[in-house]
Design a protein around this ligand. Structure first.
Ligand SMILES: [Zn+2]
Ligand SMILES: [Zn+2]
Length: 315
């Protein structure tokens, strides 16, 4: 399924040749691919797309079918995940200081390299990751973006006790489990009257769930905003204690309205997170089975799939 024209708002089903793994690359038979909000931003033209046509999808789980010359760390038959980060230069100041997520030469899966809404994908072997055995293909897929970038955002909140989470989609669904596992109190903010999301947050261990337009019962030490809604930035700041951080985790957000300086005063911090590093992937994929992050169980309890949608292969 490819995006043929910028801002087309829909994908087109096409037949393509099976791609060939160049030196350093692997050819992966796609078993499952998560559907991320970033895909919608790309398809709807909210993010500039320069390389067209492009196949979206950057939460890919598949099996290596062939390896290109010079690939030794991955072999045919291995089950791997292909995340958003597809390539970095390895030489710039960012790459050399553990911040390859900010590399200017970075390329991204499903955006500048064809992604996983397809039967096959090729990837640089240095940017694919082994998937923990405990996870099915479909359950592992959301870990690769919602999980990885959610985890990066979560780590930016530091060692806090009361953590607010704004927007209860796939990333929040995963991160609330990690936060509760690590002894944090989670305050889940959803759209007003979204009782189902609030119920799911409580089932996953949140201390409190309520409307994003109102105050939590206790002030927050930190907050993560997963919803692409700029108005939530002053809202979250106003609920956060001095010295607290508000992390904007999305790649796209509507404009942030102006707000009183008092909301920022007291050494409060607003920051974004961008992309992921390979170390994020290594750390999170080791942690997830220990929590355990468990999508299927929560979906079963809630009786529906609202946390994460995944495209699968009928077997
Ligand atoms: Zn994503
Ligand atoms: Zn670089």
């Amino acid at each position: 399924m490819q995006l043929t024209r910028a801002g087309a708002g829909e994908l087109e089903l096409v037949d393509r040749e099976i791609p060939v793994a160049q030196p350093g690359e692997v050819l992966v038979r796609v078993r499952a691919c998560g559907v991320c909000r970033t895909d919608l931003h790309i398809v709807d033209g909210e993010m500039p797309v320069v390389e067209l046509p492009i196949i979206p999808g950057h939460e890919i789980v598949g099996v290596v079918e062939r390896v290109g010359d010079g690939v030794s760390d991955v072999k045919a038959g291995d089950r791997v995940g292909i995340p958003w980060l597809a390539y970095t230069c390895g030489e710039c100041s960012y790459c050399r200081s553990g911040r390859e997520n900010l590399c200017r030469e970075a390329r991204f899966t499903g955006y500048q390299r064809d992604g996983g809404y397809a039967d096959y994908a090729v990837a640089d072997s240095r940017y694919v990751f082994s998937i923990p055995d405990a996870y099915s293909d479909a359950d592992a897929a959301p870990l690769l973006c919602a999980g990885l970038i959610g985890y990066r955002a979560y780590r930016m909140t530091g060692d806090t006790k009361r953590l607010g989470i704004y927007g209860f989609g796939a990333a929040a669904h995963i991160i609330v489990q990690v936060a509760v596992h690590q002894g944090r109190q989670v305050y889940a903010f959803t759209s007003p009257n979204d009782d189902a999301a609030q119920r799911m947050a409580m089932e996953l261990g949140a201390t409190w769930a309520g409307a994003s337009t109102g105050p939590p019962p206790e002030p927050l030490d930190a907050a993560i905003i997963f919803a692409p809604v700029g108005a939530l930035v002053p809202e979250a700041l106003s609920r956060t204690v001095p010295g607290g951080v508000v992390v904007c985790a999305g790649i796209h957000m509507s404009d942030i309205p102006s707000f009183p300086y008092l909301y920022l005063w007291g050494e409060r911090v607003v920051r974004s997170v961008a992309n992921l590093t390979r170390q994020d992937a290594i750390d999170f994929l080791a942690l997830a089975p220990r929590v355990p992050v468990n999508r299927a169980l929560a979906d079963l309890r809630a009786g529906r799939v609202s946390g994460a949608a995944v495209l699968g292969v009928a077997s």
